[in-house]
Ligand binder design. Structure first.
Ligand SMILES: N[C@@H](CCC(=O)N[C@@H](CS)C(=O)NCC(=O)O)C(=O)O
Length: 213
């Protein structure tokens, strides 16, 4: 088994934080996405036709892409401690919050990245500044929503830290770091949650640049 990864990028980082929480060690192959190694013909044909990381190569030579799917695979192999919920209601809530983090948080942050960052200007055929601006507003809306929700409980899906917090953490690091879109200081419940999840040893390891704590 091996993990093709670029550890500081937000989606691979989810898998690294998850594995650290579980105490699972997996050999890794670093794919430098800044040098477009993920778009080399050999990677596209042998590893992942979508040309993205993370990708997990299983012992039978097959490949599993998508960060949350990779973590679900490990969760089935190593259910304790549960990071996808234990009871049916917990599992449903974790799933709900993972989807919210991906669709209502990572998608707009990703569009800010693609349309608003000088670092992606070289790979984008055309950057549309209005798309970046519109999605900055969506991210700020999500911050306000999260702040209201996190006034009620310590973690996104309830009383226990879960995969939803990992997706949220990695997205917020990416938004506040490379995308220069930190939450407004008055959103104290969101700030407290971020502090709480960032303090975990799993999060401290391999933290992306500019997110010092
Ligand atoms: N939904 C996928 C997204 C994977 C993804 O977009 N990975 C980025 C790194 S954060 C990537 O490989 N980007 C390089 C590219 O698209 O060329 C997941 O959760 O794994």
């Amino acid at each position: 088994m091996k993990l093709y990864t670029f550890p500081t990028a937000p989606n691979p980082r989810r898998v690294h934080v998850y594995l650290a929480e579980k105490g699972i060690e997996v050999p890794t192959v670093r794919i430098d996405i800044l040098k477009r190694a993920n778009r080399e013909p050999a990677f596209l044909t042998d590893v992942d036709a979508m040309g993205r990381v993370p990708v997990l190569e299983l012992d039978d030579g097959t490949h599993l892409a998508e960060s949350v799917a990779i973590c679900r695979y490990f969760e089935a192999l190593h259910p304790e401690p549960p990071l996808f919920g234990r009871t049916p209601a917990e599992q449903g809530r974790v799933e709900m919050w993972i989807r919210r983090m991906e669709l209502d948080f990572m998608v707009p942050v990703g569009l800010v990245w693609l349309h608003g960052s000088p670092l992606t200007a070289v790979v984008m055929k055309e950057q549309i500044p209005a798309v970046a601006e519109q999605n900055r507003a969506r991210v700020r809306q999500t911050y306000r929503f999260l702040d209201r929700e996190l006034a009620e409980r310590p973690f996104l899906a309830g009383e226990a830290f879960s995969m939803a917090d990992i997706v949220g953490l990695c997205t917020l690091e990416f938004a506040a770091g490379l995308n220069e879109l930190p939450p407004e200081p008055e959103l104290t419940h969101l700030a407290d949650w971020f502090e709480r999840v960032s303090r975990r040893p799993s999060a401290a390891e391999g933290r992306p640049p500019g997110m010092g704590r």
